[in-house]
Write a new protein. Structure first.
Length: 263
């Protein structure tokens, strides 16, 4: 699935796990509430064209849980420090779910080191009247099944997560996600009013059948981020990078190639 390295690095005294592979312009990938997991097939696809950088957020997986971690904004500021520490430039920033929320908060603050922004099924804003599944009210198996449109895909993921090695990691990840997103549920009431500050090309990728953050959220983000583009992937739930891997990679690569050609 492509060569990559795993390491533990320190950013301002916080140790985090990091996967990295490929070469080219840097693509920083911010994972969702389930954690970074292992090096997945879609990551190998992206590493074929990019220097793919996949950190595990503070509070998740093998990374430290620092005393300063209270909000998603704290993680946005942490990743601004991360970008500065490694002197990364022209970064294509991609965030999934709560990672999309982190990416949006980062871009609102400072886009100096970014070339583009892609939000995939992102949390972070609230759209009144849209029916959603509250994943905090589900058990582990129900939560996984809520992520998928295809029941067979969900079955396979549920089986993998029955491995006891994932139990402690899953509990840690869920605890941190709850701390960050419990109230208000999955959004920052102040983020929407500042999304107009995002001044890099932005792509919004959503599954047509996302029940966690339905596609209405993609269009709401599009209205709030100037010049942003939306791709809705058919037959797909909350995790397009897994459920419709090829369609996701094609959408992202097409966007990035188009923006490079236009630059």
């Amino acid at each position: 699935m492509g060569d990559h390295t795993t390491a533990t690095i320190s950013v301002r005294g916080c140790n985090i796990a990091l996967m990295r592979g490929g070469s080219g312009r840097p693509l920083l990938l911010l994972h969702g509430g389930g954690g970074a997991g292992g090096w997945m097939p879609y990551m190998a696809d992206l590493a074929a064209r990019h220097d793919l950088i996949v950190p595990e957020h503070p509070g998740y997986g093998a990374s430290d849980t620092p005393a300063w971690l209270d909000t998603v904004g704290d993680l946005a500021n942490f990743y601004l420090d991360f970008l500065d520490q490694f002197d990364l430039a022209d970064v294509d920033l991609v965030g999934f779910s709560i990672g999309g929320w982190i990416a949006a908060e980062l871009a609102v603050r400072n886009t100096r080191r970014l070339a583009s922004l892609t939000l995939v099924a992102a949390a972070g804003i609230h759209v009144p009247g849209v029916e959603q599944i509250d994943t905090f009210l589900l058990n582990d198996e129900q939560r996984v099944r809520a992520m998928f449109h295809d029941a067979e895909r969900a079955d396979a993921t549920v089986e993998r997560l029955k491995d006891p090695v994932w139990e402690d990691v899953g509990l840690k990840n869920q605890t941190t996600t709850a701390k960050l997103a419990w109230q208000p549920r999955g959004y920052d009431p102040h983020l929407a009013k500042w999304l107009h500050r995002i001044d890099v090309p932005t792509l919004l990728v959503w599954g047509a059948h996302d029940r966690v953050f339905p596609k209405d959220y993609a269009f709401a983000y599009q209205r709030l981020i100037p010049g942003s583009k939306t791709v809705i992937i058919p037959d797909c739930g909350h995790v397009p990078q897994i459920e419709q891997r090829q369609a996701f990679v094609t959408a992202l690569e097409g966007f990035l190639e188009g923006e490079r050609a236009a630059a």
